[in-house]
Design a protein around this ligand. Structure first.
Ligand SMILES: O=c1ccn([C@@H]2O[C@H](COP(=O)(O)OP(=O)(O)O[C@H]3O[C@@H](CO)[C@H](O)[C@H]3O)[C@@H](O)[C@H]2O)c(=O)[nH]1
Ligand code: MN
Length: 361
């Protein structure tokens, strides 16, 4: 029998950082205060570093702007995107905690069908602390949730499940649509609350959205690089997609699980579809080549760590996707730089990300 999560969910307040990429004041934290105030925030300020970002009183945070990123990483800062939410992965790199939750600043607290405020962070923690079922689909969805279990015919040998590396949450109100879909359905809102958490099966890719996402940084952190997007790059709004594809092939290789579904947040505003189309258009075309590439990726058996998997993947990106466009050669090199930066900042005796608490450097 799957052990249910009837007991109270651990807070993990000293084991989890909340990473927020932003270009605006963080007044939205006011509504999240009951759920977030106990946690340490890592704010990654994008855009003009001379701009001051206002953070409501009472939150414990460290804030990194572009000057900080350049100071801490030196030449390796070239792998961190500028003027794109992809910059958030810098927060993953400098965190010292086991878990990460990342959320956009236009994501508000949603209400469940009973009208109760949803503690998205608590649900992500539940998802991460219980196993996934990537090797055999459970038709009653997540068997580890209260009131569910494995159904008849589910192999007992597989009921231990796999460690959960990623918890992918969803969004009420403004759905995460691409620009073409947004353009033809400008008024569409997601009003459907589906009370389900399920594991993305092994061998299946999925479009990972970065706006309401949590992961086990010790299990999969080095794979959560959000790529080269935004300023100076021929692509945007594929940061989380790229990370999701790389992460998933590595999770499949290492026997880790990825869950999607609850929790919901309320996505409050739609970004401009015309601006988005300009950012996405290469991605919409290139993904038709990138997806078959990821579906065909085989990682060497001796790749037993995320870093080794990631470097092996970067090599295949360079040789196979480099033929699609020179951008992928640059991206593959940036993937290597990311791992170097990760190891430099995170290995024992690694270069600490010197930072004054609650403010910029
Ligand atoms: O140049 C920028 C623009 C924005 N940000 C911060 O990133 C998030 C998301 O910004 P926004 O909500 O305006 O954009 P969306 O289109 O809704 O974002 C979704 O699409 C993905 C784009 O890659 C993204 O992962 C999704 O969340 C906010 O916190 C902005 O403040 C930024 O840092 N730099
Ligand atoms: Mn948004």
């Amino acid at each position: 029998m799957a052990t249910s999560s009837a007991k109270p969910t651990p807070l993990l307040k000293d084991e989890l950082d909340i990473v927020i990429p932003t270009i605006r004041n963080l007044d939205f934290l006011e509504m999240w205060r009951p759920f977030f105030e106990k946690y340490h925030l890592i704010i990654v300020q994008d855009g003009d570093p001379s701009k001051t970002i206002r953070v409501p009183d009472g939150f414990d945070y460290e804030l990194y702007n572009r000057n900080d990123i350049n100071r801490i990483l030196g030449p390796k800062a070239s792998c961190i995107s500028f003027k794109d939410s992809a910059c958030r992965c810098f927060g993953y790199l400098v965190s010292k905690k086991k878990y990460i939750f990342t959320i956009d600043d236009d994501c508000f607290v949603a209400k469940d069908p009973s009208g109760k405020d949803i503690n998205a962070l608590e649900q992500h923690i539940k998802n991460l602390l219980t196993p996934s079922t990537p090797h055999f689909f459970n038709t009653l969805y997540d068997p580890y949730r209260e009131g569910a279990d494995f159904v008849r015919g589910y192999p007992f040998s597989l009921r231990g499940g796999a460690p959960t590396a990623v918890s992918h949450g969803l969004w009420l109100n403004i759905p995460d649509y691409d620009a073409p879909t947004q353009l033809v359905k400008p008024l569409e809102r997601n009003t459907r609350y589906v009370d389900a958490v399920m594991t993305v099966p092994k061998g299946t890719l999925f479009p990972m959205c970065g706006m309401n996402l949590a992961f086990d940084r010790e299990l999969i952190g080095p794979a959560m690089y959000f790529g080269l997007m935004g300023d100076g790059q021929p692509i945007g709004r594929y940061d989380d997609m790229w990370a999701g594809w790389c992460m998933k092939v590595i999770c499949d290789h290492l026997g880790l699980g990825v869950k999607t579904g609850l929790p919901y947040i309320w996505h409050s505003k739609a970004s401009n579809p015309f601006v988005n189309l300009k950012k996405e258009y290469n991605g919409i075309f290139w993904q038709e080549k990138a997806i078959p590439f990821f579906q065909s990726v085989v990682l060497p058996k001796d790749c037993t760590t995320v870093q080794k998997c990631y470097l092996a993947l970067a090599d295949q990106v360079k040789t196979k996707l480099g033929e699609v466009d020179p951008y992928f050669i640059k991206l593959a090199d940036a993937m290597v730089t990311w791992i170097e930066a990760w190891d430099e900042v995170n290995s024992p005796g690694g270069k600490p990300a010197a930072k004054t608490p609650n403010g910029t450097s």
